[in-house]
Design a protein around this ligand. Structure first.
Ligand SMILES: Cc1cc2nc3c(=O)[nH]c(=O)nc-3n(C[C@H](O)[C@H](O)[C@H](O)COP(=O)(O)OP(=O)(O)OC[C@H]3O[C@@H](n4cnc5c(N)ncnc54)[C@H](O)[C@@H]3O)c2cc1C
Length: 206
């Protein structure tokens, strides 16, 4: 998605909660044995005309899927556009030449609960822009794909606070994925341990 917008000359910024591109396949989300259920000849961007060179196995493992996604992002000039460890915490639609119309009862929360504009009865036209509230984590600040993610001096980073800031944009594209947040089922009699953002392991109680 960012590659396409970037290709057509739009000013693109990618806010990524983690320290890498790749989402499910990123290093911080991997667990042993994670690999594509799809075959590699099925799982690649259609602007490439052949199976990625990284996919040497029929069902490539997560490391190779990440390697492919990283090289794709590099090839399309996306990596410099990514702000890592930056979480979108709130998205406010803007109407009427970027003036924010307050919710009917004056509360921000009411607008959130009602899905923003829908709660204000403005359902017949799209927003003209968005005001985004983002939180950049102090820990890990500076880590990035293609750089040494551990290079950030831990002590210096720990001394800093998370930083919250707002930006405005014309178009918001949410690419937050279906498996970004844990959903832990309440299994009785077992301890459930999260290994990553995207997977879970059910372990017998010791
Ligand atoms: C174990 C597993 C195996 C899979 N196997 C296959 C397969 O074989 N074939 C197939 O087609 N699909 C498979 N999938 C589905 C997989 O989700 C997709 O292939 C693909 O990774 C989805 O990409 P995505 O970019 O939409 O979402 P994701 O890969 O989930 O990426 C979403 C990104 O958004 C970030 N994010 C989330 N919330 C915020 C926020 N508020 N602010 C900033 N950033 C945020 C996350 O950190 C993450 O990096 C599998 C999924 C899992 C979990």
């Amino acid at each position: 998605m960012p590659a396409t917008f970037h290709h057509f000359g739009h000013d693109v910024t990618v806010y990524e909660r983690g320290g890498h591109v790749g989402g499910v396949w990123a290093p911080e989300n991997r667990y042993p044995g994670l690999r594509l259920q799809s075959t590699g000849d099925f799982y690649y961007f259609t602007d490439l005309d052949s199976v990625p060179a990284q996919f040497t196995e029929e069902n490539p493992d997560a490391e190779h899927v990440y390697g492919y996604l990283l090289s794709y992002a590099e090839k399309h000039g996306i990596l410099p556009l990514v702000q890592y460890h930056t979480t979108l915490v709130h998205a406010q639609p803007l109407y009427d030449d970027l003036e924010i119309i307050p919710p009917r009862d004056g509360s921000e929360a009411a607008a959130d609960d009602a899905g923003g504009a829908a709660g204000k009865g403005i359902t017949d036209r799209p927003p003209v822009g968005w005001r985004l509230t983002l939180r950049r984590a102090a820990a890990g600040r500076g880590a990035a794909d293609g750089a040494d993610a551990a290079a950030e001096p831990a002590a210096a980073a720990a001394a800093e606070e998370d930083e919250e800031f707002t930006v405005s944009c014309d178009v918001l594209v949410a690419c937050t994925g279906t498996f970004s947040d844990p959903n832990i089922p309440p299994y009785k009699g077992v301890a459930v341990t999260w290994l990553t953002l995207s997977c879970k392991a059910v372990l017998p109680k010791a």
